[in-house]
Design a protein around this ligand. Structure first.
Ligand code: SF4
Length: 433
């Protein structure tokens, strides 16, 4: 954690802009950044936390893992001529001070509003909403619904909440203790949780429909996408999401590992595998470094830790007798094509070469699990649940958000969809007879 003086120095660097592009353009959640930073300048940490709580319940999480350079810090006025304000560090510092150190809570921020809602809206306080999946979208939706006085029950597949915040993001990026404090804080709002409840197994949508006034589906998209190339079914090829979620790691000692992809899941896999003692870890990405979706800092850290990057390289084939032994790669050039907003990688003819590799990790994005197509809800062409502008699925009682609904893949965007869906669910319930 930053020292008080370091935090003050970083906070004093903020110009407190009236136009606040950091909040309005950069932050998916629209956090009131200049206002919370102003409180940090004055060492009023609970006040700072309270301001953030108006728009988010994941302060300690987003402060640590958001791709800040692509979100809030990417729009900071200070960043035009120099370094942007360290908004992420200050958000994490605010959580650590107010919650971990001073023992304040989210309930303290919301209790007046919750009490007002209870009296003001008797009808709403009798409404019940089921949240399926307790990741960033589900937790945020639960908190904002509970704040409106609604009875919320989370149905969670595992025996813990947090979803990918726990099993998808390694400890060195997001300590489990911070997730636990965040979850405890949210549950304190009066939310009930039913653990070990898995949709498609021991939980049915139609049963929940009978018992609840509305449902929010937020089970994520946890199946790693495949490239559809030869050798992808060989032993030793792993999906990045499954590797992290189910801890499927083999023994990496003396092994060479290729991680295919350029996003944060690829970085998390590469850095985790490297820390677990692999002999060599190579990240294979078909575009250039500037086009990588991963946060710059993650790439920087990975390079400093000794991970090698093969930019503008693509995997053509995985080779082996039953299990992975080699990969065939090809070099790419980036071409501007008509109608495309970004450069397109094109394979350079006859530039193929072979690398000795023992394990391949595919971290190219993910899609929802197969059973989602049997829920009776419309899907879009990528297999995500279709939602309208009200976050409502083809069943008007069922809402969805986060990765399952194909929302842009960062935790802050998932949380934003959870919060906005909560507002729409409140409207829906208010209009019910
Ligand atoms: Fe502060 Fe940067 Fe936001 Fe301006 S844009 S208010 S300098 S964080």
């Amino acid at each position: 954690m930053l020292s008080i003086n370091e935090a003050k120095e970083k906070a004093n660097y903020c110009l407190n802009c009236k136009v606040k592009p950091c909040s309005l353009k950069g932050c998916p959640l629209g956090n009131n950044i200049p206002e919370f930073i102003k409180q940090v300048k004055e060492e009023k940490y609970f006040e700072a936390y309270k301001i953030l709580s108006e728009t988010t319940v994941l302060q300690g999480v987003c402060g640590r893992i958001c791709p800040h350079k692509k979100q809030c810090q990417g729009s900071c006025v200070r960043g035009i001529k120099g370094e942007p304000v360290a908004i992420g560090d200050l958000e994490a510092f605010t959580f650590d001070k107010a919650i971990t150190e001073q023992g304040h809570s989210l309930l303290e921020c919301y209790k007046n509003e919750m009490a007002e809602n209870k009296e003001k809206n008797e009808k709403l306080s009798n409404k019940k909403v089921a949240i399926i999946g307790g990741g960033p979208a589900g937790l945020t939706c639960s908190a904002f619904l509970a704040k409106s006085g609604i009875k919320v029950t989370i149905f969670e597949k595992y025996n813990y909440l947090g979803g990918l915040l726990v099993h998808g993001i390694p400890e060195f990026r997001l300590p489990k203790e911070i997730v636990k404090q965040t979850v405890d804080n949210i549950l304190e709002l009066g939310i009930e949780v039913k653990y070990n409840q898995e949709l498609g197994k021991n939980l049915k949508l139609e049963d929940l429909e009978k018992e609840f006034d509305a449902i929010f589906l937020s089970i994520g998209a946890n199946v790693s996408s495949k490239m559809g190339i030869e050798g992808e079914d060989l032993e030793g090829v792993y999906g990045g999401n499954e590797l992290l979620e189910y801890n499927l790691h083999p023994d990496y000692k003396d092994k060479k590992v290729a991680v295919v992809g350029g996003g944060n899941v690829a970085m998390d896999c590469a850095r985790t595998i490297n820390k677990m003692g692999a002999k060599e870890v190579k990240v294979i990405y078909r575009r250039a470094r500037e086009q990588m979706p991963a946060e710059d800092k993650e790439v920087e850290d990975a390079i400093n830790e000794g991970i090698e990057f093969l930019f503008q390289n693509n995997v053509v084939k995985i080779i082996g007798d039953g299990k992975v032994e080699k990969v065939e790669l090809i070099k790419t050039e980036l071409v501007q094509k008509e109608g495309e907003t970004r450069l397109v990688p094109v394979n350079i003819e006859n530039s193929n070469y072979i690398e000795d590799i023992d394990y391949v990790v595919m971290a190219l994005g993910s899609k929802p699990e197969g059973f989602v197509s049997n829920l009776g809800l419309e899907l879009n062409k990528w297999g995500n649940i279709s939602i309208n502008e009200n976050y409502q699925t083809s069943n008007s009682k069922v809402f969805s958000g986060g990765d399952l609904a194909g929302i842009k893949g960062t935790v802050a965007w998932a949380a934003q969809s959870g919060r906005e869906a909560a507002n729409k669910i409140v409207e829906f319930l208010e209009n019910q007879k």
